[in-house]
Design a protein around this ligand. Structure first.
Ligand SMILES: NC(=O)c1ccc[n+]([C@@H]2O[C@H](COP(=O)([O-])OP(=O)(O)OC[C@H]3O[C@@H](n4cnc5c(N)ncnc54)[C@H](OP(=O)(O)O)[C@@H]3O)[C@@H](O)[C@H]2O)c1
Length: 354
């Protein structure tokens, strides 16, 4: 059986270990095998390694990695949309045959997009998980979706029905937050207000934020600034890309009845349980397309993604390449864990592994 290099977690809470003899998975009929050129790092990766997300690990050794970009090496017998040699991006999964901290991995062809020429592998790797985390939380419409069910911009009314409303994005400079700003812009909100360190203000405005508020202000000050910038228009949508207690509370209080509050963090109820009413439901996102409720949206998004990236409708995160290939992953994840990453996505290139 052909083998490859992979960065594995050998046992619960054990340090990452680079192995040379991990089997290269064989694609099923609807899969592609991709040789990874760039891998993006996510907070979920260090949480899993440190034992903070046990439900996601089915077996040890376990391979992490939820974002990848590379070249199609082999296609399954039923794949019609991709061929060997295509440059592609895709989301990894909590499954050793689909995780991205290895040289070769599988991806369902339906949720694998060609990378347009204007986008590098490193930029492309920043897109899949964090974009999915935004769009599944707002645009998935099927039964079982964890979604606020806003009208997507490609559907009738989706670009105009929110034109009198205001969107508030908590954590605009985070990887997820950057996509949340762009998706709110696509929906035509009258204002898209984001919290961030102010050093990122101009960048976030280039993505579509109309106002950027210093995230280090006191909660009451942030709340007052949001009200000022909303200028009397109703605040009907909050996307919380962070899960900070104070920001959750101040933003939930700002919402009108009938509004949407979407959060990346599952523990919202400990922070705002006393505030939540049925008139302002809370959506807890699960940022993947191959789960009940998100499948149709995934097909829609992956069919549009190459065009969005080619024309700048969606702009990837700014990226920083961590040197050392697989050996750089633990270094980068420690920086994420220590909150030392600001406004960029960390990526590694497997080919740079010594
Ligand atoms: N539910 C899901 O399916 C799902 C999927 C993906 C991610 N997530 C979660 O989403 C969160 C964000 O992930 P990410 O990859 O986007 O993180 P990230 O880019 O690594 O986050 C770093 C950024 O967060 C900003 N930040 C930190 N604390 C903040 C606060 N209190 N208020 C506003 N901004 C703050 C920092 O802003 P400044 O540098 O500007 O100060 C920094 O730019 C993580 O907790 C992750 O686990 C959930």
């Amino acid at each position: 059986m052909p083998t490859q290099r992979a960065l594995v977690i050998p046992a619960e809470r054990a340090p990452f270990k680079l192995v040379n003899d991990w089997p290269i998975p064989k694609p099923g009929p609807k899969d592609v095998l991709v040789k990874l050129a760039s891998i993006a790092l996510n907070p979920a990766d260090w949480r899993i390694q440190s034992g903070g997300a046990p439900g996601f690990v089915k077996e040890y050794p376990f391979i992490c990695g939820l974002d990848g970009a590379g070249i199609v090496e082999e296609v399954g017998s039923e794949v019609t949309n991709l061929v060997k040699g295509d440059k592609v991006l895709f989301e990894g999964a909590f499954d050793n045959t689909r995780a991205t901290f290895q040289e070769y991995t599988l991806s369902p062809a339906a949720f694998t997009a060609k990378i347009p020429d204007n986008i590098s592998f490193d930029q492309a790797a920043s897109v899949p998980l964090c974009l999915a985390t935004v769009v599944t939380g707002i645009w998935a419409q099927e039964e079982g979706a964890r979604s606020a069910k806003l009208t997507p911009p490609w559907e009738e009314g989706g670009k105009v029905k929110y034109a009198g409303d205001v969107a508030f994005i908590i954590g605009g400079s985070s990887s997820v937050g950057q996509y949340a700003i762009q998706c709110a812009r696509l929906q035509g909100y009258a204002a898209v207000i984001a919290t961030s360190s102010l050093k990122h203000a101009e960048f976030l405005k280039s993505l579509g934020a109309t106002h950027v508020i210093d995230r280090h202000l006191l909660p009451a000050e942030i709340q007052a600034q949001v009200r000022t910038f909303a200028a009397g228009k109703p605040i009907t949508y909050v996307y919380d890309a962070i899960g900070d207690r104070d920001e959750q509370r101040l933003s939930y209080e700002l919402l009108e009845d009938g509004s949407a509050f979407v959060t990346v963090q599952p523990i919202f109820h400990e922070y705002i349980e006393d505030l939540v009413t049925e008139k302002k439901p809370v959506t807890r996102v699960y940022g993947a397309f191959d789960v009940p409720g998100n499948f149709k949206l995934g097909l829609e998004v992956y069919s549009r993604l190459p065009g969005w990236l080619a024309t700048g409708v969606i702009v990837p995160n700014r990226v920083e390449v961590v040197p050392g290939g697989f050996t750089g992953i633990p270094v980068g994840l420690e920086r994420l864990h220590q909150d030392e990453v600001s406004g960029v996505k960390l990526v590694v290139r497997p080919a740079e592994t010594p």
